[in-house]
Design a protein around this ligand. Structure first.
Ligand SMILES: C[S@@+](CC[C@H](N)C(=O)[O-])C[C@H]1O[C@@H](n2cnc3c(N)ncnc32)[C@H](O)[C@@H]1O
Length: 280
């Protein structure tokens, strides 16, 4: 594994289909959080770490003065460059968010979206500390950090918000270990002197509509290739989970599962944003 890539998923493959399935569902909330800074958002310089195919930058670029991005996947970088269509306030580069190529106190805002769980394989999450220290170094005093991630409850294969997780429980249990519990994340932010630590829940959905309507989507390789949780399964294990899913589609029980997950998602959201400020 190169250090600037996910610790378990080949995003050069996943990104070939990623945008067909996912949408930047937390983007509006992140804009609102950045707007709370004393400098108007259209005068702010913002960074995204691990920007993937650039969906968040594409949404946010028209609200800010300048936006920078650092990403480990060449496929993601290439797709993001195309999306930006030469926008002069967007500055993208390949690199590692654990070693940012920027001066101290450079940004008013820094966001990462669904990246944290890719940084560490060690259960004590040492790279998380490196990431947080880099965020603290590169943010100006008073600057805002937003971390879009998941709670353990959202990911739970039995009582969480993603209906397909019920059919790939062993992979989900491995995935859950890659997510630091939110209380521990908050405690690390607090120890580093970040202030105004808050949790918000975006109301929009992470997938395009078909995921919520048609369970056969999870039988398709473009879906399993786009979601890093399937990287923890062998081809054989994916076939076995597909067999169980086919039975649930045939007997109709999947639709109850999908309804239950949607109701839970309305209560607990599909992702969580933890935001914090670098102390003045
Ligand atoms: C789940 S994808 C999220 C992509 C994008 N932020 C989004 O929400 O659409 C995780 C991304 O983090 C990137 N990544 C993981 N570790 C990284 C690192 N150390 N430095 C830079 N990028 C990293 C991966 O290449 C991948 O693009």
């Amino acid at each position: 594994m190169r250090r600037n890539e996910s610790s378990y998923c080949d995003y050069n493959e996943a990104f070939k289909v990623y945008d067909q399935l996912r949408q930047p569902n937390a983007a509006e909330e992140i804009v609102q959080i950045f707007k709370q800074h004393e400098i108007a958002l259209n005068q702010q310089r913002i960074l995204e770490g691990g920007f993937g195919t650039g969906a968040y930058i594409d949404f946010i670029k028209d609200h800010v003065k300048e936006i920078y991005g650092v990403e480990g996947s060449e496929e993601g970088y290439g797709q993001a460059l195309e999306k930006m269509n030469g926008a002069s306030n967007v500055h993208l580069q390949l690199g590692n968010i654990l070693d940012l190529p920027f001066a101290d106190d450079y940004f008013q805002g820094y966001m990462i979206n669904q990246v944290l769980h890719h940084l560490d394989t060690d259960p004590s999450f040492p790279n998380l500390n490196i990431f947080l220290n880099e965020a603290k170094r590169t943010l100006q005093p008073g600057g805002t950090l937003t971390i879009n991630t998941n709670s353990q409850e959202q990911l739970d294969p039995h009582s969480g918000v993603y209906w397909n997780y019920k059919y790939i429980k062993t992979a989900v249990l491995t995935l859950q270990k890659r997510y630091i519990p939110l209380e521990e994340l908050v405690s690390r932010l607090d120890s580093l002197g970040f202030t105004n630590i808050k949790k918000s829940i975006p109301s929009r959905r992470i997938y395009h509509n078909r995921y919520y309507e048609d369970p056969s989507i999870a039988l398709e390789t473009h879906f399993t290739k786009s979601d890093s949780v399937y990287s923890f399964l062998s081809e054989k294990a994916i076939e076995d989970s597909n067999a169980s899913l086919r039975v649930a589609i045939e007997d109709g029980s999947i639709y109850e599962e999908m309804k239950r997950s949607s109701l839970l998602a309305e209560e607990m959201g599909e992702v969580v944003i933890i935001s914090a400020c670098k102390a003045d």
